[in-house]
Write a protein that binds this ligand. Structure first.
Ligand SMILES: [Mg+2]
Length: 376
Protein backbone atom coordinates (compact mmCIF):
# COMPACT_ATOMS: atom_id res chain seq x y z
CA UNK A 1 0.00 0.00 0.00
CA UNK A 2 1.49 3.32 -1.05
CA UNK A 3 1.54 6.50 0.93
CA UNK A 4 0.68 9.90 -0.60
CA UNK A 5 4.29 11.04 -0.84
CA UNK A 6 6.06 7.75 -1.59
CA UNK A 7 6.41 8.33 -5.33
CA UNK A 8 10.08 8.29 -6.32
CA UNK A 9 10.83 11.62 -7.96
CA UNK A 10 14.64 11.70 -8.01
CA UNK A 11 17.55 9.37 -8.60
CA UNK A 12 21.05 10.74 -8.10
CA UNK A 13 24.33 8.95 -8.67
CA UNK A 14 27.90 9.70 -7.63
CA UNK A 15 30.89 7.70 -8.89
CA UNK A 16 33.37 8.20 -6.06
CA UNK A 17 37.03 7.22 -5.61
CA UNK A 18 38.00 6.84 -1.95
CA UNK A 19 41.67 6.83 -0.96
CA UNK A 20 42.86 3.79 0.98
CA UNK A 21 45.62 3.41 3.54
CA UNK A 22 47.71 0.78 1.79
CA UNK A 23 47.86 -1.94 -0.80
CA UNK A 24 46.13 -5.30 -0.65
CA UNK A 25 47.00 -8.27 -2.83
CA UNK A 26 44.75 -11.18 -3.73
CA UNK A 27 44.93 -14.19 -5.99
CA UNK A 28 42.99 -12.41 -8.72
CA UNK A 29 44.28 -8.86 -8.37
CA UNK A 30 45.48 -5.99 -6.23
CA UNK A 31 43.79 -2.96 -4.74
CA UNK A 32 45.69 0.21 -3.91
CA UNK A 33 45.47 3.98 -4.17
CA UNK A 34 41.71 4.16 -4.03
CA UNK A 35 38.54 2.10 -4.31
CA UNK A 36 35.67 3.18 -6.55
CA UNK A 37 32.00 2.91 -5.65
CA UNK A 38 28.69 4.26 -6.95
CA UNK A 39 26.55 6.05 -4.37
CA UNK A 40 22.81 6.07 -5.14
CA UNK A 41 20.16 8.36 -3.67
CA UNK A 42 16.45 7.98 -4.33
CA UNK A 43 14.25 10.92 -3.30
CA UNK A 44 10.48 10.75 -2.98
CA UNK A 45 8.03 13.52 -3.83
CA UNK A 46 7.71 14.06 -0.09
CA UNK A 47 11.49 14.58 0.20
CA UNK A 48 12.35 11.31 1.93
CA UNK A 49 15.77 9.97 0.88
CA UNK A 50 16.94 6.38 0.50
CA UNK A 51 20.59 5.45 0.05
CA UNK A 52 22.43 2.57 -1.55
CA UNK A 53 25.90 1.70 -2.79
CA UNK A 54 27.26 -0.37 -5.67
CA UNK A 55 30.75 -1.67 -4.85
CA UNK A 56 32.14 -3.53 -7.84
CA UNK A 57 35.59 -5.05 -8.10
CA UNK A 58 36.63 -5.22 -11.74
CA UNK A 59 38.33 -8.64 -11.47
CA UNK A 60 35.42 -10.20 -9.61
CA UNK A 61 31.96 -8.72 -10.19
CA UNK A 62 32.27 -5.87 -12.68
CA UNK A 63 33.27 -2.25 -13.17
CA UNK A 64 32.02 0.97 -11.56
CA UNK A 65 31.33 2.33 -15.04
CA UNK A 66 29.02 -0.62 -15.74
CA UNK A 67 27.20 -0.10 -12.43
CA UNK A 68 26.79 3.61 -13.16
CA UNK A 69 25.43 2.98 -16.67
CA UNK A 70 23.16 0.17 -15.47
CA UNK A 71 21.53 2.48 -12.94
CA UNK A 72 21.57 5.71 -14.90
CA UNK A 73 20.60 4.48 -18.35
CA UNK A 74 18.87 1.11 -18.10
CA UNK A 75 17.26 0.99 -14.64
CA UNK A 76 16.29 4.67 -14.14
CA UNK A 77 13.17 4.43 -16.39
CA UNK A 78 11.80 1.69 -14.12
CA UNK A 79 12.34 3.73 -10.93
CA UNK A 80 11.25 7.32 -11.52
CA UNK A 81 7.53 7.77 -10.95
CA UNK A 82 7.12 4.41 -9.18
CA UNK A 83 6.06 4.02 -5.57
CA UNK A 84 8.42 2.82 -2.84
CA UNK A 85 5.81 0.15 -2.12
CA UNK A 86 6.37 -1.20 -5.68
CA UNK A 87 9.76 -2.48 -4.42
CA UNK A 88 9.36 -6.08 -5.63
CA UNK A 89 8.08 -5.07 -9.07
CA UNK A 90 10.85 -2.45 -9.47
CA UNK A 91 13.52 -5.07 -8.69
CA UNK A 92 11.93 -7.51 -11.16
CA UNK A 93 11.97 -4.81 -13.84
CA UNK A 94 15.62 -3.98 -13.03
CA UNK A 95 16.53 -7.66 -13.36
CA UNK A 96 14.96 -7.75 -16.82
CA UNK A 97 16.34 -4.35 -17.87
CA UNK A 98 20.03 -5.24 -17.72
CA UNK A 99 21.87 -8.52 -17.34
CA UNK A 100 24.45 -9.04 -14.53
CA UNK A 101 25.40 -5.69 -12.85
CA UNK A 102 24.49 -7.25 -9.52
CA UNK A 103 26.19 -4.42 -7.61
CA UNK A 104 23.89 -1.86 -9.27
CA UNK A 105 20.86 -3.95 -8.34
CA UNK A 106 22.15 -4.28 -4.76
CA UNK A 107 22.42 -0.48 -4.56
CA UNK A 108 18.86 -0.04 -5.83
CA UNK A 109 17.49 -2.70 -3.49
CA UNK A 110 19.33 -1.12 -0.54
CA UNK A 111 17.93 2.35 -1.29
CA UNK A 112 14.39 0.93 -1.59
CA UNK A 113 14.75 -0.86 1.77
CA UNK A 114 16.12 2.33 3.33
CA UNK A 115 13.07 4.25 2.08
CA UNK A 116 10.67 1.50 3.16
CA UNK A 117 12.19 1.55 6.64
CA UNK A 118 11.86 5.31 6.88
CA UNK A 119 8.18 5.16 5.84
CA UNK A 120 7.47 2.29 8.25
CA UNK A 121 9.53 3.72 11.11
CA UNK A 122 11.43 0.44 11.31
CA UNK A 123 15.04 -0.65 10.76
CA UNK A 124 15.79 -2.58 7.58
CA UNK A 125 16.69 -5.71 9.58
CA UNK A 126 13.14 -5.80 10.98
CA UNK A 127 11.59 -5.43 7.52
CA UNK A 128 13.76 -8.36 6.39
CA UNK A 129 12.25 -10.56 9.08
CA UNK A 130 14.85 -10.19 11.82
CA UNK A 131 14.19 -10.04 15.54
CA UNK A 132 16.56 -9.26 18.39
CA UNK A 133 19.74 -8.97 16.29
CA UNK A 134 23.00 -9.95 17.97
CA UNK A 135 26.40 -8.28 17.47
CA UNK A 136 28.03 -9.80 14.37
CA UNK A 137 31.63 -11.07 14.80
CA UNK A 138 33.99 -9.17 12.48
CA UNK A 139 36.73 -10.78 10.40
CA UNK A 140 39.49 -8.51 9.07
CA UNK A 141 41.61 -9.52 6.10
CA UNK A 142 45.41 -9.74 6.21
CA UNK A 143 46.42 -9.01 2.60
CA UNK A 144 49.37 -6.64 2.44
CA UNK A 145 52.37 -7.71 0.34
CA UNK A 146 54.39 -6.07 3.14
CA UNK A 147 53.89 -8.40 6.10
CA UNK A 148 55.39 -5.83 8.50
CA UNK A 149 52.37 -3.61 7.82
CA UNK A 150 50.03 -6.51 8.58
CA UNK A 151 51.92 -7.29 11.79
CA UNK A 152 51.04 -3.79 12.97
CA UNK A 153 47.42 -4.32 11.86
CA UNK A 154 47.27 -7.59 13.83
CA UNK A 155 48.33 -5.77 16.99
CA UNK A 156 45.75 -3.03 16.39
CA UNK A 157 43.02 -5.62 15.79
CA UNK A 158 43.94 -7.48 18.96
CA UNK A 159 43.94 -4.28 21.00
CA UNK A 160 40.56 -3.27 19.56
CA UNK A 161 38.93 -6.61 20.37
CA UNK A 162 39.19 -8.30 16.96
CA UNK A 163 39.37 -12.08 17.21
CA UNK A 164 39.04 -13.25 13.58
CA UNK A 165 41.44 -12.66 10.69
CA UNK A 166 41.38 -13.90 7.14
CA UNK A 167 44.78 -14.48 5.58
CA UNK A 168 44.80 -13.74 1.86
CA UNK A 169 47.02 -16.31 0.17
CA UNK A 170 48.16 -17.42 -3.27
CA UNK A 171 49.61 -14.13 -4.53
CA UNK A 172 53.28 -14.36 -3.50
CA UNK A 173 54.16 -18.04 -3.21
CA UNK A 174 53.44 -20.93 -0.85
CA UNK A 175 56.41 -20.22 1.46
CA UNK A 176 55.11 -16.68 2.13
CA UNK A 177 51.68 -18.11 2.93
CA UNK A 178 53.06 -20.71 5.35
CA UNK A 179 55.35 -18.18 7.03
CA UNK A 180 52.48 -15.79 7.71
CA UNK A 181 50.16 -18.55 8.85
CA UNK A 182 52.82 -19.83 11.28
CA UNK A 183 53.43 -16.31 12.55
CA UNK A 184 49.79 -15.55 13.25
CA UNK A 185 49.24 -18.90 14.95
CA UNK A 186 52.26 -18.49 17.22
CA UNK A 187 52.13 -14.74 17.92
CA UNK A 188 48.36 -14.25 17.99
CA UNK A 189 46.84 -17.30 19.63
CA UNK A 190 43.78 -15.16 20.41
CA UNK A 191 42.91 -14.99 16.70
CA UNK A 192 40.81 -17.46 14.78
CA UNK A 193 42.30 -17.78 11.30
CA UNK A 194 40.60 -18.19 7.95
CA UNK A 195 42.40 -18.58 4.63
CA UNK A 196 41.26 -17.18 1.25
CA UNK A 197 43.11 -17.77 -2.04
CA UNK A 198 40.77 -15.68 -4.21
CA UNK A 199 41.29 -18.13 -7.11
CA UNK A 200 45.08 -17.74 -6.88
CA UNK A 201 46.16 -21.34 -7.62
CA UNK A 202 46.18 -23.68 -10.58
CA UNK A 203 44.63 -27.10 -10.03
CA UNK A 204 48.05 -28.76 -9.64
CA UNK A 205 49.29 -26.17 -7.16
CA UNK A 206 46.05 -26.34 -5.21
CA UNK A 207 46.21 -30.12 -4.89
CA UNK A 208 49.79 -29.80 -3.57
CA UNK A 209 49.55 -26.68 -1.38
CA UNK A 210 46.05 -26.60 0.08
CA UNK A 211 46.39 -29.88 2.06
CA UNK A 212 49.58 -28.51 3.62
CA UNK A 213 47.79 -25.33 4.70
CA UNK A 214 44.88 -27.44 5.93
CA UNK A 215 47.20 -29.32 8.30
CA UNK A 216 47.64 -26.05 10.22
CA UNK A 217 43.88 -26.19 10.85
CA UNK A 218 42.53 -22.80 9.83
CA UNK A 219 38.77 -22.47 10.38
CA UNK A 220 38.25 -22.81 6.64
CA UNK A 221 39.99 -22.45 3.27
CA UNK A 222 38.26 -20.40 0.58
CA UNK A 223 38.25 -20.52 -3.21
CA UNK A 224 41.76 -21.86 -3.98
CA UNK A 225 41.14 -22.13 -7.74
CA UNK A 226 39.41 -20.33 -10.60
CA UNK A 227 35.72 -19.54 -10.19
CA UNK A 228 34.85 -21.87 -13.06
CA UNK A 229 36.97 -24.82 -11.83
CA UNK A 230 34.20 -26.58 -9.95
CA UNK A 231 35.82 -29.97 -10.49
CA UNK A 232 38.92 -29.05 -8.46
CA UNK A 233 36.75 -27.53 -5.73
CA UNK A 234 34.80 -30.80 -5.50
CA UNK A 235 38.02 -32.88 -5.53
CA UNK A 236 39.75 -30.75 -2.87
CA UNK A 237 36.93 -31.24 -0.39
CA UNK A 238 37.92 -34.89 -0.01
CA UNK A 239 41.61 -34.16 0.47
CA UNK A 240 41.43 -31.80 3.44
CA UNK A 241 40.01 -32.00 6.94
CA UNK A 242 38.92 -28.36 7.19
CA UNK A 243 35.87 -26.85 5.47
CA UNK A 244 36.30 -25.63 1.89
CA UNK A 245 34.36 -22.45 1.12
CA UNK A 246 33.21 -21.11 -2.25
CA UNK A 247 33.07 -17.41 -3.03
CA UNK A 248 33.77 -16.40 -6.63
CA UNK A 249 32.32 -19.73 -7.92
CA UNK A 250 28.74 -18.63 -7.35
CA UNK A 251 26.79 -15.37 -7.24
CA UNK A 252 23.06 -15.86 -6.66
CA UNK A 253 20.47 -18.43 -5.61
CA UNK A 254 20.46 -19.97 -9.10
CA UNK A 255 24.11 -21.09 -9.06
CA UNK A 256 23.94 -21.81 -5.31
CA UNK A 257 21.47 -24.53 -6.17
CA UNK A 258 23.88 -26.02 -8.69
CA UNK A 259 26.88 -25.69 -6.34
CA UNK A 260 24.99 -27.72 -3.75
CA UNK A 261 24.04 -30.40 -6.29
CA UNK A 262 27.64 -30.70 -7.49
CA UNK A 263 29.13 -30.66 -3.98
CA UNK A 264 31.80 -28.02 -4.55
CA UNK A 265 31.99 -26.68 -0.99
CA UNK A 266 31.25 -27.01 2.72
CA UNK A 267 30.36 -23.35 3.12
CA UNK A 268 29.71 -20.14 1.23
CA UNK A 269 30.46 -16.47 1.15
CA UNK A 270 27.19 -14.51 0.92
CA UNK A 271 27.56 -11.03 -0.59
CA UNK A 272 24.81 -8.63 -1.57
CA UNK A 273 27.09 -7.37 -4.37
CA UNK A 274 27.01 -10.88 -5.88
CA UNK A 275 23.34 -11.66 -5.31
CA UNK A 276 22.04 -8.27 -6.45
CA UNK A 277 19.97 -7.60 -3.38
CA UNK A 278 19.36 -8.24 0.30
CA UNK A 279 16.46 -10.66 -0.09
CA UNK A 280 18.40 -12.70 -2.65
CA UNK A 281 21.33 -12.88 -0.23
CA UNK A 282 18.95 -14.27 2.39
CA UNK A 283 17.77 -16.82 -0.18
CA UNK A 284 21.36 -17.96 -0.79
CA UNK A 285 21.98 -18.31 2.95
CA UNK A 286 18.80 -20.35 3.41
CA UNK A 287 19.58 -22.66 0.50
CA UNK A 288 23.05 -23.19 1.94
CA UNK A 289 21.72 -23.88 5.44
CA UNK A 290 19.16 -26.38 4.11
CA UNK A 291 22.07 -28.26 2.50
CA UNK A 292 24.08 -28.18 5.73
CA UNK A 293 26.56 -25.56 4.48
CA UNK A 294 28.02 -22.83 6.69
CA UNK A 295 27.91 -19.17 5.61
CA UNK A 296 29.58 -15.86 6.38
CA UNK A 297 28.64 -12.38 5.21
CA UNK A 298 31.28 -11.09 2.82
CA UNK A 299 31.81 -7.79 1.07
CA UNK A 300 33.63 -6.21 -1.83
CA UNK A 301 35.72 -3.03 -1.42
CA UNK A 302 32.97 -1.01 0.18
CA UNK A 303 32.31 2.06 2.25
CA UNK A 304 30.27 1.96 5.45
CA UNK A 305 27.11 2.56 3.40
CA UNK A 306 27.27 -0.86 1.70
CA UNK A 307 28.51 -2.40 4.96
CA UNK A 308 25.28 -1.15 6.59
CA UNK A 309 23.15 -2.91 3.98
CA UNK A 310 25.07 -6.15 4.51
CA UNK A 311 24.88 -5.83 8.29
CA UNK A 312 21.08 -5.37 8.23
CA UNK A 313 20.80 -8.41 5.95
CA UNK A 314 22.93 -10.59 8.26
CA UNK A 315 21.10 -9.32 11.35
CA UNK A 316 17.92 -10.75 9.81
CA UNK A 317 19.51 -14.01 8.61
CA UNK A 318 20.48 -16.43 11.39
CA UNK A 319 21.59 -18.92 8.72
CA UNK A 320 24.73 -16.77 8.39
CA UNK A 321 26.64 -18.06 11.40
CA UNK A 322 30.27 -17.21 10.63
CA UNK A 323 30.12 -13.44 11.10
CA UNK A 324 30.98 -10.73 8.60
CA UNK A 325 33.89 -9.03 6.87
CA UNK A 326 32.82 -5.40 6.96
CA UNK A 327 36.24 -4.08 7.92
CA UNK A 328 37.07 -1.56 5.18
CA UNK A 329 35.24 1.42 6.69
CA UNK A 330 37.38 1.23 9.79
CA UNK A 331 40.55 -0.60 8.76
CA UNK A 332 41.19 0.18 5.08
CA UNK A 333 39.65 3.45 3.83
CA UNK A 334 41.52 6.66 4.62
CA UNK A 335 38.06 8.13 5.32
CA UNK A 336 34.69 6.43 5.27
CA UNK A 337 31.75 8.09 3.49
CA UNK A 338 29.28 7.86 6.34
CA UNK A 339 28.45 10.93 8.42
CA UNK A 340 28.92 8.88 11.62
CA UNK A 341 31.31 5.97 12.17
CA UNK A 342 30.17 2.58 10.89
CA UNK A 343 29.04 0.76 14.06
CA UNK A 344 31.91 -1.62 14.74
CA UNK A 345 33.32 -2.09 18.20
CA UNK A 346 35.19 -4.70 20.21
CA UNK A 347 35.44 -7.00 17.21
CA UNK A 348 31.73 -6.91 16.41
CA UNK A 349 29.41 -5.04 14.02
CA UNK A 350 26.01 -3.92 15.27
CA UNK A 351 22.81 -2.58 13.72
CA UNK A 352 20.61 0.07 15.29
CA UNK A 353 16.87 0.37 15.81
CA UNK A 354 16.70 3.59 13.80
CA UNK A 355 14.41 3.61 10.75
CA UNK A 356 15.93 2.42 7.48
CA UNK A 357 19.67 1.85 7.38
CA UNK A 358 20.10 4.18 10.34
CA UNK A 359 22.96 6.26 8.91
CA UNK A 360 23.53 8.46 5.84
CA UNK A 361 26.58 9.55 3.83
CA UNK A 362 28.35 12.80 4.59
CA UNK A 363 27.61 14.90 1.48
CA UNK A 364 30.80 16.95 1.90
CA UNK A 365 32.77 13.73 1.53
CA UNK A 366 30.65 12.51 -1.39
CA UNK A 367 31.36 15.78 -3.20
CA UNK A 368 35.04 15.68 -2.27
CA UNK A 369 35.57 12.17 -3.63
CA UNK A 370 33.23 12.28 -6.64
CA UNK A 371 34.56 11.66 -10.18
CA UNK A 372 31.30 11.69 -12.09
CA UNK A 373 27.71 12.40 -11.21
CA UNK A 374 24.23 12.10 -12.71
CA UNK A 375 20.83 13.18 -11.44
CA UNK A 376 17.26 13.68 -12.39
MG1 LIG B 1 36.65 -14.49 -0.82
Amino acid sequence: MGQPDDIIAGMDLWHCALPVTGRRDHGIGSVGGSVEVIVLRLTTEGGVEGWGEASPWVVFTGSPEASFAALNRYIRPFVIGRRVSDHTAIMADAARAVVHCTEAKAALDTALWDLAGKFAGKPVWALLGGSDPKPIPLSCSIASPDFAADKALLVRLRDEGGRIVKLKTGFKGHAFDMERLDYIRSQHPEMRIRVDYNQGLTRDDALAQVPEVARLLPDFIEQPVAASDWQTMADLRFRIDVPLLADESFFGPEDMDRAIREGICDGVSVKIMKTGGLGRAQQVARLAAQAGLAAYGGDMFETGLAHLAGAHMIAATPEIGLGCEFYQARYFLAEDLLASPFPCDNGHVTVSNSPGLGLVPDMDKVHRFVMKTAGG
